[in-house]
Design a binder for this molecule. Structure first.
Ligand code: ADP
Ligand code: MG
Length: 240
């Protein structure tokens, strides 16, 4: 579903991604772990072209997306993204946050978009919050709305960038629970996370990134129980 070949991203003189090769199969859950500043967010942002790759190729469903003339909206429709800080529109209700893109980008009629929004709110356990503004939601609720908003575009892949890092500890579980539900339903997901327990349990594959490269990748069993690289071992000894 996603294939990344020799992806390079520089910011001015700073080389942030150095020849990343990666594949994500249909229905696969891939967790990306690694130290702060290793390029995890940049990697994720390149996948839906929030950052423009400096070099290399990214294919979605066999079609190269980082080339001239691509339809950015169509690509971002395929790849839903959930951010650490929710990025909800503060002046819009939960319902409006979720229906905005389906109506304005996909051209869906408002009634249909609202019907889908209510189904999604049900799914993330917030059916009673349709008419409230983000300011009256807890962090965990905001993130669940953000997930519902991304799902409203019916994406093929969901990208998560540290979705629980900004949450108070007691709210982490409710967000991970929603993500686990998506994984169980076969959603293809790429998740940058520091939640090692979650990664071990839910990921089909773990990518360990350090200093702009994928140092090692494998099943949770491989990465957590039998890491080969010294850098992987050192990182895990700090976070586990
Ligand atoms: P991670 O998500 O693993 O913490 P990031 O991808 O956010 O890492 O950042 C990797 C490196 O790229 C860091 O050194 C960061 O400062 C730099 N960086 C990220 N975004 C930008 C940007 N827009 N402009 C300049 N440097 C950036
Ligand atoms: Mg990051």
């Amino acid at each position: 579903m996603i294939e990344v070949k020799k992806l390079i991203k520089n910011f001015e003189n700073l080389e942030v991604l150095k020849n990343i090769d990666a594949k994500v199969k249909d229905g696969e859950v891939v967790c990306v772990i690694g130290p702060s500043g290793s390029g995890k967010s940049t990697f994720l942002r390149c996948l839906n072209l929030l950052e423009e790759p400096t070099g290399g190729e990214i294919y979605i469903d066999g079609e190269q997306i980082n080339k001239d003339g691509v339809n950015l909206n169509a690509i971002r429709q395929k790849l839903g993204m959930v951010f650490q800080n929710f990025n909800l529109f503060p002046h819009m209700t939960t319902l409006e946050n979720i229906t905005l893109a389906p109506v304005n980008v996909m051209g869906m009629n408002k009634k249909d978009a609202e019907k889908i929004a209510f189904e999604l709110l049900e799914r993330v356990g917030l059916a009673d919050k349709a008419q409230v503004y983000p300011s009256s939601l807890s962090g965990g609720q905001k993130q669940r709305v953000a997930i519902a908003r991304a799902l409203a575009m019916n994406p093929e892949v969901m990208l998560f960038d540290e979705p629980t890092s900004a949450l108070d500890p007691e709210m982490v579980g409710e967000v991970l629970e929603v993500m686990r539900g998506l994984a169980d339903k076969g959603m293809t997901m790429v998740i940058v996370t520091h939640e090692m327990g979650f990664a071990r349990e839910v990921a089909d594959r773990i990518l360990f990134m350090d200093d702009g490269v994928v140092v090692e990748q494998g099943t949770p069993e491989h990465i957590f129980n039998h890491p080969e690289s010294q850098r992987t071992k050192e990182f895990l000894s700090k976070v586990l």
